[in-house]
Design a protein. Structure first.
Length: 268
């Protein structure tokens, strides 16, 4: 069945909807809880998650590479969950982590700003002015996170397959709409093909993590393309030693069947 990705605004009512969809479909919900549960196995501390999860970077120069490394580790968790199938990816740029995966069904849950403020104030038993500040900050952080890491406008409707305004429909109707939509034969038909593509994306992500973690590699911006588990490396690096380190890291990644080296050494 289709992978579901859900983007939501704070206070829009996305949480009960996504839990009900997961329960009725028997899907695994990939959210902050599951990421925290497995984080240690991916060399992620709880402090790192608190710092970067669904937030734009702080642009602190000496932390940039570590932040990028930890963000890639979070993304690897999400991708490996997606490979299992029957998952709902809740936030975290789920749809952007699956480029070209046509079996992914992209949902956005929204509501008017003042309605979301009122709901949040009631839910958390807080002053409406504080709720307004928190909802606005959440919107800005999530929009900044998507823009920085994926260069996408968070609110652009063309990026979604279904947008649900919870001031217009009940939770029950929203759940029914999502469940009915993923039965579309086109989505079902693409599932097996897309599973192979997700495998390639995971290999690419593991290589990205390896190069970020490798102190031998200074230039981390060369290109990594993976097709049918075969890796093509291209772009510029600084030295022959870096080339050897890149090839070494790449060949050590599980699942890689071959490497095409198109790297160019440029002495800046």
């Amino acid at each position: 069945m289709a992978i579901i990705t859900i983007s939501r605004e704070m206070g829009s009512g996305g949480i009960p909807i996504v839990h009900q969809v997961a329960e009725e479909l028997g899907y695994t919900l990939v959210d902050g809880d599951i990421i925290r549960d497995v984080a240690e196995g991916y060399d992620l501390s709880q402090e790192a998650l608190q710092q970067i999860d669904e937030k734009p970077p702080a642009f602190v120069e000496n932390l940039d590479r570590q932040i990028e490394l930890n963000m890639n580790r979070i993304q690897l968790i999400v991708l490996e969950q997606a490979l299992q199938g029957k998952v709902i990816i809740y936030g975290r740029g789920g749809q952007d982590l699956l480029p070209g995966i046509t079996s992914a069904f992209r949902v956005r849950i929204i509501a008017p700003f003042e309605e979301r403020v009122e709901r949040w104030a009631q839910r958390e038993w807080i002053d409406p002015d504080l709720a307004r500040s928190l909802v606005r900050k959440s919107d800005q952080q999530r929009a900044g996170f998507i823009k920085y890491y994926f260069d996408r406008n968070w609110t652009n409707p063309i990026e979604y397959d279904m947008i649900i305004n919870t001031i217009r429909v009940s939770n029950e109707t929203a759940v029914k709409l999502i469940i009915e939509a993923i039965k579309d034969p086109y989505l079902v038909e693409k599932t097996n093909t897309c599973k192979l593509k997700i495998r390639d994306i995971i290999i690419q992500k593991k290589i990205q993590i390896a190069r970020l973690a490798d102190d031998r590699i200074k230039d981390i911006w060369f290109n990594i393309d993976v097709v049918d588990c075969h890796v093509t490396l291209s772009g510029h690096i600084y030295s022959e030693a870096e080339r050897r380190a890149v090839i070494d890291d790449t060949t050590r990644v599980a699942g890689v069947t071959g490497v095409t080296d198109q790297l160019m050494i440029v002495n800046y």
